[in-house]
Design a protein around this ligand. Sequence first.
Ligand SMILES: O=C(O)CCC(=O)C(=O)O
Ligand SMILES: [Fe+2]
Length: 271
Amino acid sequence: MTELQQTTRASQVIDLDRYPIDRLDSPKGRALVAFCRASLAFEGACQLPGFIRPTAVERLAAEAVAKRDQAYRTDAKHNVYFEAVPETSAPADPQSMLQHSSKSAIAWDLIGPDSALRIAYEWDALTNFLGQALDMAEFYRYADPLGAASLMIFAEGDELGWHFDRSPFAVTLMLQPATEGGAYEYHHRLRRPDDENKAGVVAALQDEQPGRITLPNEPGTLSLFRGQYSLHRVTPVQGDTTRINAVLAYSTKPDDKMNTLTQELFYGRSA
Ligand SMILES: O=C(O)CCC(=O)C(=O)O
Ligand SMILES: [Fe+2]
């Protein structure tokens, strides 16, 4: 496929008039990258509403629903660090304060050849834009056959408990918000590289920490987060409408993959 054909195909998925990610050297393209960087510096998150066109959003939500029986469900307890829980520790130590996370994931190798998710993720212009927006010198698509880009389904009661990400950034596309719950909440820079701020973490877990931010959940929004130092969660979904989003994974290394154990953990198989 020629570059022009790729751009034409991508423009049916991504609103390139509003977000000219294929023309980053134009005045509007430069302003877009500057806006993302400023937004990430200001509050650790950047949201681009209307990034995915409404018809593509609808088709992607329908794809997730159609493939729901192939999704891998995880339901686990963990602490905010995703580290082993010590056998003995003070009760108010965040290491021993267990969080609950459950969701269903549709792996990358189940995403259709003409899926809007595949068209967007495999388009070099999107990768290049995200690398610039996140200000990464090295930025590559994930070569993992399962985890490169996935569709996530949160049914009633599903949630992501409070956690710090292990990777420095996350990229998601909201496809279908829940009618109630399923909100992304966070505390910007609750810890720092040189200060774990355990007191602040405990206060947040006990709903006593000021400065909690809730992000809008508009379908079609592209979100960039820096979740390594910002404690965050997705609140439990309430009601029959499932929360559906896509998670796009990247690496600072080319051809990077999960190990077999991690694939098994998130997708119930290896590939
Ligand atoms: O689903 C979301 O909006 C956030 C996902 C997240 O925090 C994660 O995957 O670590
Ligand atoms: Fe996260």
